[in-house]
Design a protein around this ligand. Structure first.
Ligand SMILES: Nc1ncnc2c1ncn2[C@@H]1O[C@H](COP(=O)(O)OP(=O)(O)OP(=O)(O)O)[C@@H](O)[C@H]1O
Ligand SMILES: [Mg+2]
Length: 376
């Protein structure tokens, strides 16, 4: 924990960055008071790490406090990575650190409170009925999130792979400007390293096939997850949908035939009631189709993605007219709860063999005998 503690001393950051000008240590008592004793009324949501509470500090600042559920080694590790990474990043589309509290038996992380909560809550959660997300806001969220990830991949030193890009980790400020959050699974990439093999973490539905199957992690995994997020934004559908009869279908499986037949308008979220920009729609779908290609080498990088979404860059002839789609096998889908309640998947050796893709080769010859376990 040495480096974690040392990176979190109170300090000034970029003056041009108004949102998070300082961060500091909080006492447990201070956070207890700010959140009304971590009362259920203050609870904003719950994730793998623990619960998140709304609070107000004595000087009037609105905060979101993430409180560790149980002091396991895994949770402590997540806390350490989150604080370490947050200490390194500074971008208008990344949720910065307001502070933290680390006592003998508790870990709490303090962020600025984001009044519009997460993208998930607007697409599929408590705000879904309000339809506050018009087309313009959706495109702003797409571009902003892409720029946040671009910063992690290309501008942060060392480069950072997020590994858990998904709708609940895109928070929205009062102007619906997106802020990518949750760096507990992030990987810092040493210079000159193109990919690494790691334990598989993340959320089923957003996992790139080479990562889910073999634990091969690179920036391309985030690109894949971003492609799924983009499809979700445009269509309003969940990454994995439960059909009547219990069958589960991925969003790319659903979108594939529409794209192949050029029926783009039918992909758009019906909640938008036909109000969207047709050119932007085509561009967004093309970008998503490029991002969710099975072969990581073929996917664009985030600079290209952001450029294409902003309309000043294109892949010319590479414009895809088909979308690759992966099909998760039954045993893996049986573990998925994202289509119901947003649970995650974590597996120590990957979920090899649980996904079918037409073109992906097994580079490590690991096939078979991999047991799938669910994160608890
Ligand atoms: N800074 C914040 N401001 C407002 N709401 C927040 C903030 N941080 C988190 N939340 C809310 O708390 C919920 C839970 O967040 P949390 O990150 O713990 O879980 P998750 O994203 O659903 O899952 P995971 O543990 O996989 O990240 C979010 O979906 C969001 O609605
Ligand atoms: Mg989260």
């Amino acid at each position: 924990m040495g480096s974690i503690m040392s990176c979190c001393s109170s300090r000034q950051v970029d003056e041009g960055y108004a949102r998070n000008s300082t961060w500091r240590m909080f006492t447990y008592k201070e956070l207890h008071t700010a959140t009304n004793g971590f009362s259920d009324d203050n609870k904003l949501g719950e994730g793998g790490f623990g619960s998140v509470y709304w609070g107000k500090t004595s000087d009037g600042l609105q905060i979101a406090v993430k409180k560790i559920k149980a002091m396991t080694t895994k949770a402590e590790m997540e806390f350490a990575v989150e604080v370490e990474v947050l200490g390194r990043v500074k971008h208008k589309n990344l949720l910065g650190l307001r502070g933290y509290c680390a006592g003998t038996d508790q870990r709490l992380i303090v962020y600025d409170y984001m009044p519009n909560l997460s993208l998930l809550s607007h697409l599929h959660g408590q705000f879904a009925g309000d339809v506050q997300l018009d087309w313009k806001k959706r495109m702003k969220i797409a571009v902003g999130s892409a720029e946040g990830i671009l910063y992690l991949h290309h501008e942060a030193t060392p480069h950072i792979i997020h590994r858990d890009i998904k709708a609940s980790n895109v928070l929205l400020d009062s102007n619906f400007e997106p802020l990518v959050a949750d760096f507990g699974f992030a990987k810092l990439i040493p210079e000159g390293v193109s990919h690494m093999t790691t334990r598989v973490k993340g959320t089923l539905g957003y996992l790139a096939p080479e990562y889910a199957m073999w634990g091969k992690v690179s920036e391309s995994c985030d690109v894949y997850s971003f492609g799924i997020l983009l499809l979700e934004l445009v269509t309003g559908r969940k990454p994995i949908e439960k059909l009547p009869g219990g069958v589960k279908r991925t969003i790319s499986e659903w979108a594939e035939p529409f794209i192949a037949e050029g029926r783009f308008k039918e992909l758009v979220d019906p909640k938008l009631r036909g109000y969207f920009d047709e050119n932007q729609l085509k561009q967004a779908i093309y970008v998503a189709a490029l991002c969710v290609q099975n072969e990581p080498e073929k996917r664009p990088n985030m600079k290209e993605v952001a450029g294409m979404l902003k309309g000043y860059a294109s892949r010319g002839n590479l414009m895809k007219t088909r979308m690759d789609s992966i099909k998760y096998k039954e045993e893996l889908l049986a573990l998925d709860q994202t289509s119901d309640d947003g649970d995650d998947l974590e597996e120590s050796c990957g979920v090899f063999g649980a996904i079918t893709t037409p073109n992906t080769q097994d580079p490590y010859n690991f096939y078979g005998n991999k047991k799938i376990t669910k994160r608890v």
